[in-house]
Design a protein around this ligand. Structure first.
Ligand code: NAP
Ligand code: MG
Length: 518
């Protein structure tokens, strides 16, 4: 249960009505909240306008360049997780719709896209990138409304990266012979691509841009809770004059994704999501000729050494775990602190989380937006409860949570041991698990002590230490003295249960081609 030391001047507050699992919250003592939220750090509201956004009451499937009703006749609601308001109805594709989408992609592959010169394919991608830039504010607002992430992030991080990915891969479309010198790169055919809800447009861009650049056609399945921006992207494809059927988008839940994976005429499956679904996909494609890449979960260690610039490190840790409400596969969700600086780091972390603004994601001052769905909130609460039951100590901001919507305050656990579930399982929420170490060897051992291997962070003043340690970390991406920085030119992907294959950079072309003799 909660630490005696911390609970001195605290009162117990149960999570608001919307939180299904109630547990005790340790509220930061006023004496320790030197920068308290609500006085020095409160800003006047700065809401982003959204009255011009034109949401359709119903979003249909995008097949063969047209918006078509699902065969099933079924629709499901997409809600705004910050208000619980229904935004629109989304078509639910069944296996027949998926079949139509795959057939349309196959036709477009045979008749148009695979025959088109790389230079021409590149022009379409450039055009798409430019239209995304023109519409980026509107798309950012939609992303925030449908997914709950803050406008600060969707506007300044997601959308610029989405356009950058299309620009970057547009550049490769006519240069594949330079990407793979001495080899000829042939497209695979039809790619089935399944993406999660944490970066809806960005994940779509990561999947579509390299596949199209290499000459494949696509059937994309967005996540159930965040399909709206994918359908606005479909309108951009129409506007760009992308030939019909080159990209098809089928919305629906897990069953729709399964129908796509099981379809016999798909050549490649690219999946980003949970490790458990990734394992199912591995079984489903075993024994077929389908190629597979998996980008799965993570439990990244952010390691702070005593010689690090502590203030900078704390900022990096804050953004590493609380960015996008912790809905980030590469979130720095385990903090490993060298013992000598543990008290200072914890004090600064407490101070800092007390200043984080949680609330309306459309407000430009908001740091922490809404949890994407009730299901995800349940998952976070269940894991936090397990941490308390297993004896870890919880520190939580006392920021007021809105009465409606799904919210979780920024939190961290101390007294965590390697065997705790909160040290091993992905919480996928704004909850950090803090542990300590004494020597670099111990830090490496602890960092690698997880089934995952997606990312890690290291904070130290010594360049040589960075190089020595990163070579021993089993993680696809390691950030040094920074965290969560993305660029389309850098490959991203995992080791172990975080998956295989890379997205981004020249490496990101490889999953979408077969290499033959020239
Ligand atoms: P998820 O449940 O695995 O869902 C991912 C996608 O797969 C969704 O579109 C989902 O549809 C679909 N799906 C579900 N069951 C399926 C099945 N049996 N066959 C085919 N498709 C199926 O994951 P999530 O909860 O949405 O996303 C969070 C997870 O994604 C986290 O574990 C996170 O670490 C991981 N992630 C990894 C990366 C990376 O690059 N490594 C990036 C982002 C997220 P519905 O959502 O409609 O059910
Ligand atoms: Mg939604």
């Amino acid at each position: 249960m909660a630490s005696k030391k911390l609970s001195r001047a605290t009162k117990l507050v149960v999570l608001p009505r919307t939180a299904p699992v109630a547990h005790e919250r340790v509220v930061l003592p006023v004496s320790e909240r030197r920068l308290s939220f609500g006085d020095k750090w409160s800003y006047a509201p700065a809401p982003e306008a959204h009255n011009y956004i034109q949401l359709k009451p119903r979003y249909q499937l995008f097949i063969g360049g047209k918006f078509v009703a699902p065969r099933s006749g079924k629709y499901f609601d997409s809600i705004n997780p910050a208000t619980e308001e229904k935004l629109a109805e989304i078509a639910e594709a069944d296996a027949r719709d998926v079949d139509l989408a795959v057939k349309s992609a196959r036709r477009a592959y045979k008749n148009v896209w695979s025959k088109m010169a790389g230079r021409e394919r590149g022009k379409f991608l450039y055009r798409i990138a430019r239209i995304i830039q023109e519409k980026s504010r509107e798309l950012a607002v939609l992303e925030t409304m449908d997914g709950g992430k803050t406008i600060k992030e969707s506007r300044d991080i997601d959308l610029p990266l989405v356009a950058a990915h299309f620009f970057y891969y547009a550049g490769w479309a006519d240069k594949l012979e330079y990407a793979f010198p001495g080899r000829a790169a042939q497209p695979l055919g039809v790619a089935g691509q399944i993406i999660p809800w944490n970066f809806p447009l960005l994940m779509a861009a990561w999947k579509l841009a390299p596949a199209l650049a290499c000459g494949n056609t696509c059937v994309l399945k967005p996540a159930e809770t965040t399909s709206i921006t994918a359908m606005h992207l479909a309108e951009i494809f129409q506007e760009a004059g992308l030939p019909d059927g080159v990209v098809n988008i089928v919305t629906g839940a897990g069953e729709t994704g399964k129908a796509l994976v099981d379809h016999s005429d798909v050549n490649k499956i690219a999946f980003t999501g949970s490790t458990s679904v990734g394992k199912l996909l591995t079984q489903a494609v075993a024994g077929t000729k389908k190629k597979l890449t998996l980008e799965l979960g993570g439990k990244a260690a952010n390691i702070i050494f005593e010689d690090a610039a502590i203030d900078q490190a704390v900022e990096g840790i804050i953004s590493g775990i609380y960015f996008n409400q912790g809905h980030v596969c590469c979130a720095g969700s385990r903090l490993l602190v060298q013992e000598g600086v543990f008290p200072a780091v914890i004090r600064k972390l407490r101070d800092r989380i007390a200043t984080l603004r949680i609330g309306n994601p459309l407000d430009k001052n908001t740091d922490i937006g809404a949890i994407n769905s009730r299901m995800q909130l349940d998952k976070i609460c269940e894991l936090v409860d397990s941490g308390l039951k297993q004896g870890a100590e919880l520190v939580q901001s006392n920021a007021k949570l809105p009465a409606k919507g799904y919210w979780y305050p920024p939190s961290f656990f101390t007294g965590v041991t390697a065997s705790h579930r909160i040290a091993q399982e992905e919480i996928f929420g704004p909850v950090l698990s803090v542990m300590t170490f004494r020597t670099p060897e111990e830090a490496i051992e602890r960092a690698n002590n997880t089934p995952y291997g997606l990312s890690a962070g290291i904070w130290t003043d010594k360049g040589s230490k960075i190089f020595k340690i990163i070579s021993k970390l089993r993680a696809g991406v390691v950030w040094a003295n920074t965290y969560n920085k993305f660029d389309p030119t850098s490959p991203f992907g995992g080791y172990k249960e975080s998956g295989f294959g890379r997205e981004g950079g020249r490496h990101g072309l490889l999953p979408y081609v077969t290499l033959t003799a020239p």
